[in-house]
Design a protein around this ligand. Structure first.
Ligand SMILES: Cc1cc2nc3c(=O)[nH]c(=O)nc-3n(C[C@H](O)[C@H](O)[C@H](O)COP(=O)(O)O)c2cc1C
Length: 372
């Protein structure tokens, strides 16, 4: 029976345990330029005991940014900053993937080059989310995303190329692989969902067409790293009430069919892992067991589950055979030595919600390691 502490083979990599640092946006890059600096190096170094670390969402191009102070991987300075992060993690024997992020319509003109509208599959605004911007009188204040502009077909193909370039940059920065952020209503998710994609070209319409952008981006980044070093993150949402249905403005009418179809595609493309972000708020809808079983049946490589996992819940998930790795988000933020604490049964620090997004060392690199 696998335990959270058994090693796992991921393509040609051996992960030392099944505890994952999932992608966690912390908005602490150096300004100007959204560059990983000393604080970020220290934050990731502290958490290198994970079997697999995924960076916070990292924009592949300037238009891909939706929140102030998130890091990018499109400039030489950013690549150099990330190289210091990966070196620090590798010195500790860790494994780290970069989460490639393009927010699409979930942005504000204040964050966009030339204060242009954000770009998206279709010109449909995200009404249920808030972003925060760094300039002007509204600095740091949550605000509604701006009305987006629809990408032309040629521009969609250019964005695929930008993902490839970001993967090349990630490779030069020393990452072990990349994860595509295809969850939570961001660009790839906007192509997949029938609520945000009204295109009449080959990227819209049928389920196959709505998955085409994901397919092309996956192939593009796989050409750089090899498909086994590419992971993809989805957040299939199963809900029963109207309030839940509007989460990020995106709930598939048939999430089972959509995401089992997507998993089939990614299985064919032989990607290294699937990461499933479960709904993680109070009273959030449960993911049906029938979906977990179908996913396991469809996708042959490792599956990561995240969303309010405890050691016990993770162990149950492994024993059921639904997944192979467990992500601990807020718990890992508050406990840099989480794998060791879980192994030894030590008590856990509580997370401070007020310092999650932005700020300095406080609530970032100053959570204590266990001491008896
Ligand atoms: C502060 C914070 C930032 C997050 N940033 C990202 C992100 O950049 N990319 C992503 O895919 N998920 C992101 N998530 C979702 C987490 O990866 C994870 O799925 C979620 O926190 C549930 O796990 P938990 O209940 O163990 O915290 C974020 C969550 C939090 C709390």
């Amino acid at each position: 029976m696998p335990s959270l502490f058994s090693p796992l083979t991921l393509g040609d990599l051996t992960l030392r345990n099944r505890i994952v640092l999932p992608p966690l946006t912390r908005c602490r890059s150096e300004q100007p330029g959204n560059i990983p600096g000393d604080r970020m190096v220290e934050y990731y170094r502290q958490r290198a005991g994970a079997g697999l670390m995924i960076t916070e969402g990292t924009q592949i191009e300037p238009r891909g940014q939706g929140y102030a102070w998130t890091p990018g991987i499109h400039s030489e300075e950013q690549v150099a900053g990330w190289k210091r992060v990966t070196d620090a993690v590798h010195e500790q024997g860790g494994t780290i993937f970069c989460q490639l992020w393009h927010v699409g319509r979930v942005s504000h003109t204040e964050l966009q080059p030339g204060k242009q509208p954000p770009v998206a599959p279709s010109a449909v605004a995200a009404t249920q989310v808030r972003v925060f911007i760094e300039t002007g009188p509204a600095a740091g204040i949550l605000t509604a995303p701006s009305e987006p502009r629809e990408l032309t077909t040629a521009e969609v193909k250019e964005v695929v190329g930008l993902y490839r370039r970001a993967a090349e940059n990630a490779k030069r920065a020393g990452f072990d692989g990349v994860e595509l952020h295809s969850a939570n209503g961001y660009l790839i998710n906007q192509f997949i969902s029938e609520h945000t994609n009204f295109r009449s070209d080959e990227y819209g319409g049928s389920p196959e067409n709505r998955l085409r952008f994901l397919r092309e981006v996956t192939e593009a980044v796989s050409s750089v790293f090899g498909s086994h070093r590419v992971g993809v993150r989805f957040a299939p949402l199963f809900s029963s009430t109207d309030e839940e249905r509007v989460y990020l403005g995106l709930v598939e009418s048939d999430p089972h069919a959509t995401y089992i179809g997507a998993a089939q595609l990614l299985n064919e493309l032989e990607v290294g892992y699937l990461s499933i972000a479960e709904a993680d708020w109070d009273n959030s809808p449960e993911m049906p067991e029938s979906f977990r079983a179908a996913l396991r049946e469809t996708f042959r490589s490792p599956i990561i589950y995240s969303g309010r996992y405890t050691q016990e819940k993770a162990q149950r998930m492994l024993e059921k055979g639904w997944g192979d790795l467990a992500g601990f988000g807020r718990t890992f933020i508050a406990n840099p030595d989480l794998p060791e604490r879980l192994r030894a049964g030590h008590p856990l620090n509580a997370v401070d919600h007020s310092s999650l997004y932005g700020g300095d060392e406080k609530g970032y690199t100053d959570y204590p390691f266990y001491s008896s």
